[in-house]
Design a protein around this ligand. Sequence first.
Ligand SMILES: *Cc1c(COP(=O)(O)O)cnc(C)c1O
Length: 242
Amino acid sequence: MASYYNTTYMEGDALIANISDIYKRISHAAMRAGRRPEDVRLIAVTKTVPAAAIKEAVDAGLRDFGESRVKEAEEKAAELAAYNSEVRWHMVGHLQRNKARAAVGLFDLIHSIDSVRLLREVGKEAERTGKLQRVLVEVKLSPEEAKHGVSEEGLMGLLREAEETKGVEVEGLMAIPPFFDDPRLARPYFKMLRMLRDEAERAGFGLPELSMGMTGDFEIAVEEGATIVRIGTAIFGPRRGE
Ligand SMILES: *Cc1c(COP(=O)(O)O)cnc(C)c1O
């Protein structure tokens, strides 16, 4: 087994307790913002988490899993083949163009489209296999810190390009704000993503999904309109080597 897997992870009652705690926190955050808790989807981020722990999470009721590397996701999907009709895989990490074919073959939703070239490659692979690939556009909200994502200025151009690209359907936006010890400091970034989404919708694009919020800041993200939160550590425990 490849070395990126943890050797210890949450299991059994501890895993179930973590999951119910997160649902509770999501619900409370949604209610504080006058939103319906069921409008927020939890994606369990399973990078470094072995297939056995993912199986337990499926047994506990989770269905959406996020990975940041195509190869690691492929290995786990193969190990969990018996569950694959129930489970949806999400690509939340940076996607290289030369992995587009494998990604289209595997992922229900790719959160990290950040260039016209990647968009076209994904569209080409999807068309070739007769799939309509659902994607999100990743936006770089802090140019000095974020490595990936389209700039705010480039967003509209990418969305227009996507309308002309067969095989892909853009369903919303994704962002990773800088890390803060105080999660309240991430709020302006979440507001910014929602504002960009609203602006794009006024320009005629349908972008219902906002993928934002991780272990440290998901409640703030939900208050600011997240429809998808991507949570790893709070479910499975800390990752090794980070
Ligand atoms: C790892 C990762 C997450 C989950 O991070 P946690 O802090 O462990 O919840 C969410 N989104 C992306 C893009 C990630 O790479």
